[in-house]
Each structure stands twice: as C-alpha cells, then as structure tokens.
Design a protein around this ligand. Structure first.
Ligand code: NAP
Length: 276
C-alpha cells in the first residue's frame, strides 16, 4: 500500500473540476485523480493537462452509479489505504429555457447534485485520513433558494440539529411535490438547481457536525463553497470568472494547512465564510 497522499476531484473532465485538478497538480504534494463518468472524455482531459506539463492520474467515476462509486472506494482503499482530499464538484443544471417538464428537471437535478454527491460522501468519507479535507461545491444559488423557501422550510434547513435522514426526506419530498405540481404551495422555491444546492450546503453542515461527534481528534475539515460565476458549459461565456479563478476557493479549502482548525462546516465563497 502506497503512503503517497491522494486527492480526488469528481466531474473533472472539464469546467471548474478540470481547473481544480490543474491547481492541485501544481500545489498538492501527492497523487491527483481526475475523474469522469466517461473514460474517453476523462482521458482527453488528462492528455490536455499533460500537454501543460502536469501529471494527473485518471479513474472512472459516475456519481449517479453506486457501483462506480464503490469501485473507486475499493481502489483507493487498496492502493492508498484512504483518501486525503475529496472535492465533490460534479453537478448538472438545466438551461433556463429548457422545456423539459419541471418535475423531470427536479428529479434529474436532485439525482446527481444531491443524491449522487451524498452517495459519494457515504462511501468515501469513511476513508478520509486524519487532516483530510472535503470540499462540496455548492452555489450562492443555495442561499438565494433558501431565501425563497417558506419560513418553516428555512427553519429546518438552518437547524443545527437536522439529521441526514431528515434532509433526505425533505429532498425526496421536493421531487414528489413537483410531480404533483404542489411544490410552491408546499413552500418550495421554483428552482430545482437551487433546491439541489440547498441540499449540498445543508448536507455539508450535517457532515461537519458528524465529524465533530465521531472523529474528533482527526482534524478533518469539511466545507461547502461557491466557486463564483464561472465561464463553463454550465454557466456560459458571459460569466465573470475563468475556470482557474473559479477553482480558487475550492482549492483553498482543499489545501487548508494542517495547523488550521477552521473553516469547518461552513459555506464559503471568495475564500470568505458566508452566513447561512
Ligand atoms: P460543467 O462545465 O458543466 O462541468 C460539470 C462536470 O460535472 C462535468 O465534468 C460533467 O461531466 C460532470 N458530471 C455531471 N454529472 C456527473 C455524474 N453523474 N458523474 C460524474 N460527473 C458528472 O459545470 P461547471 O460550471 O464546471 O460546474 C462544476 C460545479 O460547480 C457544479 O457542481 C456546479 O453546480 C457548480 N457551480 C458552477 C457555477 C458556474 O458559474 N459555472 C456556479 C456555482 C456553482 P460530463 O462532461 O460527462 O457531463
């Protein structure tokens, strides 16, 4: 088993994920895994970074596929005996003018952004080594979507005692409510992407709390963040940041030094903790 440190970035064949891998290849003192659900797109991205003189490694990972997540888990366990840095970056968003029925958008978006990210955490967080760093890429949209929730939902999502099961039930309820066209009556905002990212931010707060309870002394830091508005296939060419600029906050959180005990369980943008 290798004693080399290891970092994994989900959804990193393009966009912000690729830029995070680029920065980690330059700054992280260990192996950096570019992952992609499609091996062809992943290998092409590896080749692109190799052209820049960098040496990322590749592993297939589709966060919608539990078998794929478990294959990566087993590989990391076997080869490295754990994991030092995990960046949950993979995500999807329907375009504003997409005519796919809202209930379908809700189901598909939540499946990847919330349930897929949660499955990766369930399988990989137990592998995190002492002083490990976990970064869940959420969005400022999670904050604005929270503001669009009913007072009752806001209270639940801001709660310091909400459990993962309760959060999963709420995310499932959102999808069910959209199918019955009652989501607005039930206090939800009209944004599937926003609700999925509320899920990512709240999940991060819960996971950080669990780390405090169950692994105190291991100094693992876990945070959610917003990369900013970034020029990628998701956000389009008018966005204000380049992918490399969008990678700055996630990479800052991924490389928090061993001496740091904060931020932890926070929502961070532009390297600054934001109120939730
Ligand atoms: P992007 O260019 O569309 O890249 C998304 C990446 O996620 C792609 O590599 C995509 O792979 C991958 N992905 C999607 N579903 C996946 C799955 N089931 N399994 C594994 N990988 C999957 O988007 P981006 O702008 O870089 O976004 C990266 C993250 O930042 C997302 O979580 C997004 O919500 C968040 N974010 C972006 C912005 C922004 O302004 N761009 C703002 C706030 C937050 P394929 O190539 O196979 O589709």
């Amino acid at each position: 088993m290798s004693s080399v440190q290891v970092a994994v970035v989900t959804g990193s064949n393009k966009g912000i994920g690729l830029a995070i891998v680029r920065a980690l290849c330059r700054q992280f003192p260990g192996d950096v895994y570019l992952t992609s659900r499609d091996p062809g797109r992943g290998q092409a991205a590896v080749a692109q970074l190799q052209q820049e003189g960098l040496r990322p490694l590749f592993h297939q990972l589709d966060i919608d596929d539990l078998q794929s997540i478990r294959a990566l888990r087993d590989f990391l366990k076997e080869k490295y005996g754990g994991l030092n840095v995990l960046v949950n970056n993979a995500g999807i968003a329907f375009k504003v003018h997409d005519t796919t029925p809202f209930a379908v958008q809700a189901e598909v978006t939540l499946k990847t952004n919330f349930f897929g990210t949660r499955n990766v955490c369930t399988e990989l967080l137990p592998l995190m080594k002492p002083y490990g760093r976990v970064v869940n890429v959420s969005s400022m949209v999670s904050s604005s979507a929270l503001g669009g929730c009913s007072q009752e939902l806001q209270q639940k999502f801001r709660s310091d005692t909400i459990t993962e099961d309760e959060l999963v039930k709420l995310m499932t309820k959102f999808v069910e409510d959209t199918k019955r066209s009652v989501h607005e009556k039930e206090g939800w905002p009209n944004t599937a992407y926003g609700v999925s990212k509320i899920g990512v931010t709240v999940l991060s707060r819960i996971q950080a709390r669990l780390l405090n309870e169950q692994r105190k002394g291991d100094h693992i830091l876990l945070n959610a963040c917003c990369p900013g508005w970034v020029r990628t296939d998701m956000a389009g060419p008018k966005a204000t940041k380049s992918p490399d600029e969008g990678a700055e906050t996630p990479v800052y959180l991924a490389l928090l030094p061993c001496s740091a005990d904060a931020p932890h369980g926070q929502f961070v943008s532009n390297k600054t903790v934001r109120p939730w």
